[in-house]
Design a protein around this ligand. Sequence first.
Ligand code: BG6
Length: 471
Amino acid sequence: MKTIEKVVKDIQYRFPEGFWWGSSASAAQTEGAADVDGKGKNIWDYWYEKEPNRFFNRVGPQTTSQFYYRYKEDIQLMKELGHNSFRTSISWSRMFPSGKGEVNEKAVEFYNNVINELIEAEIEPFINLFHFDMPLELQKIGGWINREVVDAYVEYAKTCFRLFGDRVKKWFTHNEPIVPVEGGYLYDFHYPNEVDFRKAVQAGYHTILSSARAIKAYKELGQDGKIGIILNLTPSYPRSQHPADVKASKIADVFFNRSFLDPSVKGEFPIELVEILKEEGYMPVIEEGDLEVIKNNTVDILGINYYQPRRVKAKENLPNPEAPFMPERYFDHYIMPGRKMNPYRGWEIYEKGIYDILINVKENYGNIECFISENGMGVEGEERFRDENGMIQDDYRIEFIREHLKWVHKAIQEGCNVKGYHLWTFMDNWSWTNAYKNRYGFVSVNLDNNAERMVKKSGYWFKVVSEHNGF
Ligand code: BG6
């Protein structure tokens, strides 16, 4: 394996001592055991039962990669691949089958085992509390639209801090909180599949409030770790420097990045966003004291998920006044000629985007401590890349990671406070409506039985990079 030998001989990109090398995952996508040991249903279990055709090849979340049963072996494999940290989430509906009330002791036992096993393997657990998986009973009362759900979430968060906070020192309140808003209330790719901008705004607002209230609770409990949020920051690039294109890209940035980034890090909403919401008549219901809580409980650490840029141009046509309100009323998406694509996922690959985000965080967000919490390449039909020994030769993934890491390295050289890089994901997993279409892992999983794992070439490459703290 030439690439690996080269890494050892000639390290050009050395990362700071203690850099976090690892990967990320989530509960619903890996655990399986969806109705085992008292777990309640979440929206994914329910939506799949109702509309299996909405999922690629009609594959649902019931079994996924069986991490629930195989976590020991998986964690050993992480160790073997040089992980010093790993992020996953806790399933709210496993902890509280109906979202609130009595905690499920079987869930506590499982998460204790996972956390202990990680620590034993010298892999730091980074634990996220919400990764798209609203308990069904809480969705029935409106999910993030309903303030009672914020209260239930804070109770759930406190329970997790109390039970696991002695060993978990990096907590995240949400992963990509804008995605359930977009998927559930604007663009029809998450349950409850509504198209309603007013609900989208309220759901987004309550999510931010829930994050601030969880941070407040964490501090009040006197916990001594760090608590943050994981955001998908998708830089908005204008088609040209024409003022109309630039304006369009700024508005897209306000809707899709700053809407969550500003309140999470600065404790306030962007004025530009508030102005649009006021003008269009979509301000959310805000209760007295909320803004104070948001102001005073910002994050200690920021996780950055980066996959693709957002290219934007000024609107070509007047919008249909009768169509549901969408952020796209203010801009059009722009398809740049000659862009580099990941054809399987349909996403542009633009490595410099990761650097632009980090510089923005450095210059405009107080250079807050951050890390790359997701980055990765989903490829369909990877079986065709298996060699005679059964190893998937995913050189494209190695190149993808390496090219992004070069930009992360440059950002570090320029003073960005970026502490680590986690690939999405450790092993191939079930990915919402895409199910098992695109594979992202360092490790493949035999999908006939969700059992045997086989390390891909990228997994061994990453091991060497992590062991040498560079490449
Ligand atoms: C991220 C999510 O946005 O993208 C993950 O945090 C998800 O949960 C990943 O699996 C890849 O998404 P997709 O749609 O390509 O499978």
